[in-house]
Design a protein around this ligand. Structure first.
Ligand code: OOB
Length: 540
């Protein structure tokens, strides 16, 4: 078992099993079963590559056998940092099948994030593509491997340099390698670790079990009308919870549909794929939805196959939401979810008003939702408060984070989301703001404290505070307020410094402003509210 992962109390686990929510199937079993049922049907299209269900399963089995021979063991953590390519599925299903645990990194992560993830999870292996989008991941792997003692293997898709190529690991057989003698993987085991958006100095890791995750995308499939004819375009980075499971690529595989991988989410990359593969559903963050709507009018691609556009990850303004149907000719589905669990959807048959003005309602009747005030007391109906939630696919605690868990979860197991919401009479949620110290930069989450700690490590910085500033395109951007220590510091110098520390590009502050003192709250803490307000145009 992966230790240090809080899990559901026995009575809840038993209830979820009795009610048929948790069905005792692992993700690896799911692919084996889908390969049996849908054998020749195409599961994944990625560039020129077209993998049938049977081939995908066979390749995953071959890689699983190769990983075991290499010495990768059950419960070993393996950092997976891959762009949207077919190998992503082969790798993660191979790991699922031997009970090794993918730790999902995003392509945008750099040295700061990857070294932390590797060290904290004591990862045994790191899987990358040689290069992508002008960035050489082998150089990153060099630096991380030097630093992290547990990291034995770097496995590379493409040119491996002095590392090992993933291709060399497939134990090729004329038949699917038998899994007899492989570790026994249980559905109640943790299947993978997902990164939390976070609000603290160091990112938290989210343990999701096979049972709970399978339930979340099986139920998502029902809500989103997924079936064998569904063609899902993976435009967002596929390791993120939204494109992975809401219903995302895993839901698509469970439905027997087809996944089309887009290497980039831009209209120039995505529109030709929609037209060619007759894509029926895809998921975007709000800024991309805006770009797609702008582009649709001036491009001549046939987008008529697209039935559902899901938008989530950050608040989609009502004004923009209203444009989706007329401009893209498809139904909008708002998705308000979190890697910790709870996912809310507007339903496909909801009225236009509900679709454009709410962030949906919980997908499962088993999701419990509480809206509370600052003292943890339930607010009156229709009032804004912090969202707390508990349910069959919402975690009961982060991996190896006992002290933090005591703050982020109630004693009776509710996750405190840090989101401020209002629930209307029909049970639909409207996201009204945030109580957590995080910036949501068009769906990319930035924990203020993490960036502040990097800034504070600069000898010329006396104090630093990162806040959000409103932005018409991304929703929010980040602004760092810095009190320098004596000598003059330049903005460029600070930004370069953060880059040199290997911070993911989206976390580099969009703006840096110097102050001599911070405004304070009545109890003497830095008033981020006052800092945020100082950025707004003053109204007379
Ligand atoms: C998704 O997951 P995460 O873990 O990257 O971020 C979760 C947070 C939420 O707590 C909330 O603050 C924000 O992202 N968020 C939204 C939103 N969807 C997510 N805020 C306003 N409106 C929305 N529609 O972002 C995620 C996971 C699964 C499905 C969809 C999104």
């Amino acid at each position: 078992m992966l230790t240090n992962c809080p899990t559901w109390p026995d009575e809840w686990a038993q209830l979820y099993r009795e009610e048929g929510l948790w069905q005792g199937l692992t993700l690896g079993d799911m692919l084996t079963e889908q390969a049996r049922v849908h054998s020749e049907r195409i599961a994944v299209v990625s560039g020129e590559q077209r993998l049938s269900y049977e081939t995908l399963n066979q390749r995953a089995q071959e890689l699983a056998a190769g990983l075991l021979t290499l010495g990768v063991k059950q419960y070993d953590r393996v950092i997976v940092q891959l762009p949207n390519i077919g190998e992503f599925f082969i790798v993660v299903f191979a790991l699922f099948k031997i009970g090794a645990i993918p730790v999902f990194a995003l392509p945008a992560h750099r040295h700061s994030e990857i070294s932390y993830l590797s060290e904290f999870s004591e990862a045994a292996a790191y899987v990358i593509q040689d290069q992508d989008n002008g960035f050489d991941y082998r150089e990153l792997a060099n630096a991380v491997k030097d630093q992290v003692a547990t990291l034995e293997h770097v496995l590379v898709v493409g040119d491996p340099g002095h590392f090992r190529s993933l291709d060399s690991l497939y134990q090729l057989n004329s038949e699917v390698p038998s899994s007899s003698g492989w570790p026994e993987v249980k559905a109640s085991d943790v299947a993978f670790l997902q990164l939390s958006g976070g609000s603290t100095g160091l990112p938290k890791l989210i343990p999701r079990t096979h049972d709970d995750y399978m339930y979340s995308f099986r139920r998502s499939n029902e809500v989103c009308g997924m079936n064998e004819d569904s063609v899902y375009l993976a435009a967002l980075p596929v390791a993120h919870n939204f494109p992975l499971s809401s219903p995302g690529v895993l839901g698509t595989l469970l439905a027997g549909g087809r996944i089309v991988m887009a290497s980039r989410p831009s209209p120039d990359d995505a529109f030709p794929l929609i037209a060619k593969e007759r894509v029926t559903i895809t998921a975007l963050v709000p800024p991309l939805a805006l770009i797609w709507m702008e582009a649709a009018a001036s491009r001549s691609y046939d987008l008529s196959s697209l039935k559902v556009l899901q938008v989530g990850g950050a608040k989609f303004s009502e004004e923009a939401a209203r444009r989706v149907k007329p401009e893209l000719g498809c139904t909008l589905q708002q998705v308000f979810g979190m890697a910790e669990g709870l996912v809310n959807y507007t339903r496909l048959d909801d009225s236009d008003d509900v679709i454009v003005s709410t962030q949906g309602r919980p997908m499962s009747a088993w999701d419990e939702v509480r809206v509370v005030d600052e003292d943890g007391l339930v607010v009156k109906a229709g009032e804004v408060g912090e969202l707390w939630t508990r349910g069959p696919y919402t975690i009961r605690g982060y991996y190896k984070a006992e002290a933090h868990n005591a703050k982020s979860f109630t004693e009776d197991g509710f996750y405190k989301t840090g989101d401020l919401v209002m629930v209307n009479e029909a049970g639909y949620l409207v996201v009204e703001g945030r109580a957590k110290d995080q910036i949501n930069r068009g769906g990319d989450k930035i924990a203020a404290e993490e960036v502040e700690n990097h800034l504070l490590s600069h000898p010329g910085v006396y104090d630093a505070a990162l806040v959000s500033m409103p932005d018409p395109f991304l929703g929010e951007r980040s602004c760092a307020f810095v009190i320098p220590r004596g000598d003059a510091l330049s903005v460029a110098e600070l930004k370069n410094y953060l880059r040199s520390r290997g911070l993911a590009p989206f976390k580099i502050p969009d703006r840096v402003l110097f102050l001599t003192a911070f405004p304070q709250t009545t109890v003497g803490k830095v008033s981020k509210k006052a800092l945020r307000e100082s950025l707004l145009p003053t109204t007379v």
